[in-house]
Design a protein around this ligand. Structure first.
Ligand SMILES: Cc1cc2nc3c(=O)[nH]c(=O)nc-3n(C[C@H](O)[C@H](O)[C@H](O)COP(=O)(O)OP(=O)(O)OC[C@H]3O[C@@H](n4cnc5c(N)ncnc54)[C@H](O)[C@@H]3O)c2cc1C
Length: 272
């Protein structure tokens, strides 16, 4: 039996969160496997402000209680995000699982979070008395550690509207539909006037948080493709040195090799 509250508005949810010790949830697909007892829950799935996908000049704004199925059906959601959503588990999980829950679980295996990392997404967090916006990579403090106060909720994911069209996405997993990914990769490339303006690469499910090395990416910015090809070996060496992977069911060495291959394929796809 589940004890708890079901908020009808964001204001009500934040009021409850500020006064009570409650565990928020939306789809419950992560919480159901935890089987906690003696806990009060706060259901977010009926809050209209969290169920919408909107856009402004800069961002596609995805409410925290938007389900993966809902996002897959929405034209505003970029193709790169949809690539990752399509590969999440089976339909039943996609119908219930939400963006806020994927973040709230604090796992580096979370597939929508990988896309948020690679695209420099930001998160809108709120408590009863204040609101703040954080970069998604700052939100993850470590394995299962989030920059989220006890009275806060994740309200929206802010995905940049532009610059996400040229990408690579791969999820290498054992049992496809029901697998939690073993290695996932997303890369975004962009160029203007023959010079690279973006070369972002993120790796999921291989360490305590999603891995992304912005300083290595920066070494390629402003370069022509010819210059980038010359730098390629050094750039790849940088990743090989820096990537320290956690041991999983599959060996760290094997997964690192997979990561390096995925990175190499991404570069090759865009002529580097
Ligand atoms: C069989 C199975 C297969 C799965 N496969 C995948 C997969 O392929 N890829 C993948 O990424 N995930 C997978 N998952 C994990 C899960 O479905 C996702 O992480 C999903 O996004 C969780 O969303 P939810 O709404 O169900 O989260 P919930 O279970 O409701 O919540 C998860 C966590 O987030 C917190 N939370 C939820 N909403 C908020 C909010 N608005 N503010 C603050 N905290 C919040 C909760 O307190 C809880 O700690 C799988 C799960 C199962 C059971």
């Amino acid at each position: 039996m589940v004890n708890g509250y079901a908020a009808a508005s964001l204001a009500e949810a934040l009021e409850i969160r500020s006064n009570q010790k409650v565990v928020p949830y939306a789809g419950g697909t992560d919480l159901m496997v935890e089987n906690r007892s003696g806990v009060d829950y706060l259901f977010l799935g009926k809050i209209p402000e969290l169920r919408n996908i909107n856009e402004d000049d800069e961002y596609i704004r995805i409410g925290a209680a938007v389900t993966f199925t809902q996002a897959l059906e929405d034209k505003k959601v970029p193709a790169l995000m949809k690539e990752a959503l399509k590969r999440i588990a089976a339909p039943a999980i996609r119908n219930a699982g939400t963006f806020g829950g994927n973040l709230g679980n604090g796992s580096a295996k979370a597939d929508s979070v990988l896309i948020e990392f690679v695209s420099d997404a930001r998160l809108r967090l709120a408590s009863r008395d204040k609101e703040r916006i954080v970069d998604v990579d700052k939100f993850y403090l470590g394995r299962k550690k989030l920059d989220l106060a006890a009275d806060e909720l994740i309200v929206e994911i802010l995905l940049p509207r532009t610059g996400l069209d040229r990408y690579s996405y791969e999820k290498v997993g054992g049992r496809n539909a029901l697998a939690i990914s073993r290695v996932s990769f997303a890369g975004i490339f962009d160029e203007r006037d023959g010079r690279i303006t973006k070369l972002a690469a993120a790796f999921g499910a291989v360490a305590d948080t999603v891995l992304r090395y912005k300083d290595l990416e920066e070494t390629m910015l402003g370069k022509t493709l010819d210059e980038a090809r010359e730098l390629k070996e050094k750039y790849l060496e940088g990743y090989a040195e820096r990537m320290v992977l956690t041991q999983g069911r599959v060996s760290a060495e094997y997964r690192k090799k997979v990561c390096m291959n995925l990175l190499g394929d991404f570069l090759a796809k865009f002529g580097i």
